[in-house]
Design a protein around this ligand. Structure first.
Ligand code: HEM
Length: 155
């Protein structure tokens, strides 16, 4: 909203605005950590072990939604590999980042968003998608109330 407020009416986002959206990108990163678009690009404990007095069980992966884990220097190299790593790392990463942030910005700026199916399941076919197409109620910040369905095909 800070970026939205800094723009004149009708002024579009530019590259510098995208660079400032660090928190939004942390949120997107946390979503992709919990539900990776490319299955298999995650890390989990292959064996149980004790670290600083805490027992980390086998197959464990933190499930708490916490975008702040990407603040500061972010995760250790190769511990978060949503876009792969090394010379074959995803060349579409920056394009994907821009597209996701522009989409998030425009939705948040214009609407309050409520899921119609709070417990909608995610199916993997082969990419993870909401089972019912993610029906949402979009409440425009400054207009009348209406219903809108976003089908994952259009995202
Ligand atoms: C959220 C969106 C995306 C995610 C999570 C993603 C993830 C990945 C991952 C994990 C890899 C494998 C990297 C590795 O082997 O280390 C990859 C490779 C690749 N991605 Fe993406 N990607 C995304 C969007 C895109 C987009 C938008 C494009 C093209 C415009 C793209 C093009 C490619 C290509 C061509 C490769 C193969 C690179 C190579 O083998 O040299 N990706 N992506």
């Amino acid at each position: 909203m800070e970026i939205a407020k800094s723009k004149k009416p009708g002024e579009l986002l530019n590259w510098d605005d995208i660079q400032k959206m660090k928190y939004s990108w942390n949120v997107a990163g946390e979503v992709m950590r919990l539900s990776p678009p490319l299955q298999g690009a995650f890390r989990e404990a292959t064996n149980g072990f004790i670290f600083s007095g805490f027992f980390i069980p086998q197959d464990w992966k933190p499930e708490k939604f916490d975008p702040s884990r990407f603040e500061g220097n972010g995760p250790l190299p190769y511990s978060y590999v949503q876009f792969g790593g090394g010379p074959r790392m995803c060349p579409g990463k920056e394009y994907a980042r821009m597209e996701i942030l522009v989409f998030m910005h425009n939705v948040v700026k214009r609407f309050k968003w409520e899921k119609l199916l709070p417990d909608e399941k995610i199916i993997v076919n082969p990419m993870p998608i909401p089972a019912k197409g993610l029906p949402v109620r979009l409440l425009p910040h400054n207009a009348f109330l209406f219903y809108f369905f976003i089908c994952t095909e259009f995202l």
